[in-house]
Design a protein around this ligand. Structure first.
Ligand code: PEP
Ligand code: MG
Length: 589
């Protein structure tokens, strides 16, 4: 195969060199008409395939390591789908009515269902298309007689249209050098899973299946986002050296993860971790983070049944006590937009990202909110905790929460239940409205936390799921830069601390600018914390201030990007290439 270069979205850093291994059978789709007499036989083949798929998923579930326990739920949902009448009955009926083979009937049914789910407004339901496709691929492989995967195969780069956690669990994890897929975004299962496993990965690689060949050598650059198919000798030598340098650098940052994040001129920054569940506490411990800057509490709610106060209390108390004496900032329930409660689906909001999400949902459904707040207040005695309110757009929302907290305090007192009194309360600044009233919010709260992931989307008026406008997602846009500066200054004028907990905190350029603007703390995924701390130790406050100042003075995004690159290259040297550098490379057309 001739040398070819493809591009994707880097979602897990590092470099992998290995041979391509297709996760799924990429053979021709079977497309066979049958006689009516053969329909029963084809239907039976499909039922047998469904039984086999459920058994293989159960096997994958058993292989899920403890640190990835949350993926058991995803696999369990796929097992349910493999018996779902919507999928199976529709395919069985199609065999009979259209007189076509089982594989063909299945493909039509899966495509139809995926299309239906993809067109839904509700992002929770939209994501189900990913699971339907995954189950469909497994069924197809059973029907076409694919041999079960040999888990002992030599190390390789997993290549697929899309991967589900069950697919990855089916492999010998030590044998997966890298992952490349056509589908998926930065928050897809593939992305989260590969980061958790420290496997270099790229998603959204266009042209992958048309160009890649099984067993062909491939280089996956999870830093710059490039895939090299059929590399030549020179590529191999260059990337082998780069891979080894990166591994050394990563080991070094992890070994020194517990050193303080202190800039060359003595300015200290707190580097915190963002956690999604208590399962990540081991990752937190090895990350060297100074505390948990954002504990996302949605996970317990997205499993179906609403969790009880006792369940939540146990989860929060475990996290608080294991992180103590360091602080955990628990963000109250932020459902809506890309994270939906099943009950919300019935609302059928035309645009959920601008709908009843975060604090709006909680103030409307106070029963759910009060249960969570009671659990959080009670867990407050187990460690050092704070509360953070998402999606705030008015002062009234914060005042309403303060009133509820006072009532709950009286209630818990009357019930003789130990709980935190005077718990620190902060708000997420992630809407343009919050930026405009950040001075008033800073007077009402104990700290601010800037959620750049949402803030950038809401400032630029772009839908997270709309590829056509994704080019506008540019953190260096003056509207974003000015909003950050305005918020940081307002917090400091009111004498409170301000942190940034969106992805921007892990980007070298974003990080340097934020430090230059005077942010007090940064919070990012545990795997990014050692690299962030290492980077902070090589920067100096004055250089960062100069950079932030020049960027705030300019409206030319290209020039800003160039300027940031120059400054960072001076401070970090070749190490700059070891960060994903998304901000330095992206840009408007
Ligand atoms: C953010 O919006 O930046 C943030 C940290 O919250 P989430 O990604 O959970 O919406
Ligand atoms: Mg957010």
């Amino acid at each position: 195969m001739a040398r070819a270069q493809l591009f994707g979205i880097p979602v897990s850093p590092g470099i992998a060199i290995g041979s391509i291994r297709f996760m799924h059978d990429m053979g021709q789709n079977e497309q066979r008409h049958i006689s009516p007499d053969d329909a029963l036989q084809e239907q039976e083949a499909l039922r047998t395939a469904a039984t086999e798929v459920r058994a293989s998923l159960a096997q994958s579930m058993a292989n899920v390591p403890e640190e990835l326990a949350e993926y058991r739920d995803v696999i369990a949902a796929q097992m349910e789908l493999a018996r779902d009448p919507k999928l199976l009955n529709a395919a069985l009926a199609r065999i009979e009515h259209k007189c076509i083979c089982a594989a063909w009937a299945l493909r039509h049914t899966v495509e139809e269902l995926c299309e239906l789910f993809r067109s839904m407004d509700d992002p929770y339901l939209r994501d189900r298309a990913q699971d339907i496709r995954a189950v469909g691929l497994r069924l197809r492989e059973c029907l076409t007689g694919r041999q079960p995967r040999d888990r002992s195969q030599s190390p390789s780069v997993l290549t697929a249209e899309d991967l589900s956690p069950a697919d990855v669990m089916e492999m010998d994890l030590n044998g997966v050098l890298g992952i490349i897929t056509v589908e998926g975004g930065p928050t897809s299962h593939t992305a989260i899973l590969s980061r958790g496993l420290h496997i270099p990965a790229l998603v959204g690689v266009t042209g992958l299946l048309e160009n890649a060949l099984e067993n062909e050598t491939v280089i996956v650059d999870g830093l710059s986002g490039c895939v090299l198919l059929g590399p030549d000798e020179e590529d191999l030598a260059r990337y082998t050296a780069r891979r080894d340098e990166y591994a050394l650098w990563e080991n070094h940052t992890r070994r020194n993860a517990h050193w303080p994040a202190e800039m060359c001129d003595g300015v200290r920054i707190r580097a915190h971790a963002n956690l999604e569940s208590a399962d990540e506490l081991d990752n937190f411990a090895s990350s060297g983070a100074d505390g948990v800057g954002l504990y996302r509490t949605e996970f317990a709610y997205l499993k179906g049944e609403l969790p009880s106060e006792e369940e939540l209390f146990r989860e929060y108390a475990e996290v608080a006590s294991r992180v103590a004496p360091r602080r955990v900032v628990f963000r109250t329930l932020d459902v809506g937009a890309d994270k939906m409660l099943r009950a919300q689906a019935s609302l059928r909001e035309p645009n959920p990202a601008l709908g009843l999400r975060g604090i709006r949902f909680c103030l409307r459904h106070q029963g759910i909110f009060r249960t969570q707040l009671r659990a959080l207040l009670r867990a407050g005695v187990a460690g050092n905790t704070a509360l953070l309110l998402p999606m705030i757009s008015s002062l009234g929302e914060v005042q309403a929460v303060r009133r509820i907290l006072r009532e709950l305090h009286e209630e818990l007192l009357a019930q003789n239940l130990p709980h935190a009194t005077n718990i620190s309360l902060g708000v997420m600044v992630e809407t343009p409205a919050a930026v405009m009233i950040c001075d008033a919010l800073a007077r009402e709260c104990d700290f601010l936390s800037i959620g750049t992931n949402d803030l950038i989307h809401y400032l630029m008026a772009i839908d997270r799921n709309n590829r056509h406008v994704s080019y506008l997602h540019d953190p260096l846009h003056p509207a974003v830069m000015r909003s950050l500066k305005r918020t940081i200054d307002a917090a400091h004028r009111e004498g409170i601390g301000v942190s940034v907990c969106g992805e921007l905190a892990a980007d070298p350029c974003g990080l340097a600018i934020l430090l230059g603007m005077g942010v007090d703390a940064l919070s990012a995924a545990p795997c990014s914390v050692p690299g962030i701390k290492h980077m902070i130790r090589q920067l100096n406050a004055v250089t960062c201030q100069e950079l932030a100042h020049s960027i705030l003075m300019s409206t030319d995004v290209r020039a800003c990007r160039h300027m940031a690159y120059e400054k960072l290259h001076q401070s970090l040297g070749p190490e700059l290439a070891f960060h994903t550098n998304s901000l330095l490379h992206q840009g408007q057309p």
